[in-house]
Design a protein around this ligand. Structure first.
Ligand code: NAP
Length: 300
């Protein structure tokens, strides 16, 4: 197997790349508002008291404010009914100062997630999780792309990883990560395999893959030795470690990863997910206000 071509191998630092994107975005927003333009508006709806969701929302709203966005941070009671959440989404989705609207997942079990996501107008669906955006992605016409896979694509691009013709394996088939990830890799001309909990012979697929996106949601379930030495390994998993800190789906066993390129946890995919939410919101704002989307910052 000839390994995938990589211009910049090694650690794929999502934190540093996020800073570059967010700096570029803050400059663009500042120039826009200085010229008298309306700032981009992001509305985030959270239902209930899930502590992890509260942390994720805080990261998103803080980053958005730092970039110069107007932010509406709406928290509904854990016991909010489907109709109450729909009403909140409907009201925010109709506001002229809201360009991007997202619902933080997961929502409490008595709510129907799919129906709630459909209440977000497609042109404001900056998480890219609604049926309209999924359909656009499915026909190869990406629009507002789901943030985690979009952030991974930005990392792959920043490291000059040649995806055309590469054997890519996505482990996981969720609506949020696995499925859109596979579509984006396909759109970049990779040859894509999607594995899931019913897949047979996973170690064989992993050993054959040049680019592996691990999104199984299981702490440390793959050892670093599972991958081919020339592989690119993207670890999407985020799990709290007993005693503090975070671990991913890959366990490198405390060793320097013996692969060509890899993302750390934390500091890999996580910051890029937040950044892509802002980039999508700026894109949605630009469609209404008449400015182009943000171009990727030049890799240093
Ligand atoms: P999810 O909805 O639980 O999906 C997990 C997927 O992994 C499912 O498709 C499942 O297969 C598959 N899977 C589970 N065990 C497997 C196994 N042993 N072998 C192969 N496939 C297996 O999770 P998710 O929402 O996609 O998230 C995945 C992970 O990424 C979680 O740790 C989550 O916290 C993290 N995450 C991180 C970010 C970020 O910004 N870094 C963003 C989103 C999610 P089935 O479909 O057959 O059940």
């Amino acid at each position: 197997m000839s390994p995938v071509a990589i211009a910049r191998p090694g650690l794929m630092d999502g934190k540093a790349l996020s800073v570059a994107w967010r700096d570029a975005l803050a400059l663009a927003v500042a120039a826009w508002t200085k010229a008298g333009g309306r700032p981009p508006g992001l509305a985030v709806v959270r239902v209930g008291d899930d502590p992890a969701s509260a942390v994720y929302v805080r990261q998103k709203t803080l980053a958005a404010r730092e970039a110069g966005f107007e932010v509406s941070d709406v928290v509904l009671n854990e016991s909010a009914t489907q109709d109450q959440v729909l009403a909140a989404l409907g009201e925010l989705g109709a506001r002229s100062d809201v360009d991007g609207l997202m619902l933080q997942l997961p929502v409490p079990g008595h709510l129907v997630t799919d129906a709630l996501l459909e209440a977000i107008p497609p042109e404001r669906d900056v998480d890219g999780l609604g049926v309209w955006q999924a359909g656009r992605l499915g026909i190869g016409a990406p629009d507002l792309r789901p943030c985690t896979p979009a952030g991974i694509m930005a990392l792959l691009e920043a490291h000059g990883i040649v995806l055309a013709g590469a054997r890519a394996l996505v482990i996981g088939r969720s609506r949020i990560v696995g499925r859109p990830m596979a579509q984006l890799l396909l759109g970049a001309d990779a040859t894509v395999t999607v594995a899931h909990s019913r897949s047979r012979d996973l170690p064989d697929w992993i050993a054959e893959a040049e680019v592996v996106v691990v999104a199984a949601g299981r702490p440390g379930f793959l050892p670093g030795t599972a991958f081919a030495p020339g592989a690119v390994v993207i670890d999407v998993g985020i799990h709290p470690k007993p005693g503090g800190g975070l671990v991913g789906d890959v366990d490198w066993g405390g060793q320097a990863p013996a692969v060509a390129a890899w993302t750390p946890v934390p500091g890999g995919v996580g910051p890029m997910t937040v950044t892509m939410l802002l980039v999508n919101t700026w894109q949605a704002h630009g469609r209404r206000e008449g400015h182009p989307p943000l171009a990727a910052p030049v890799a240093s």
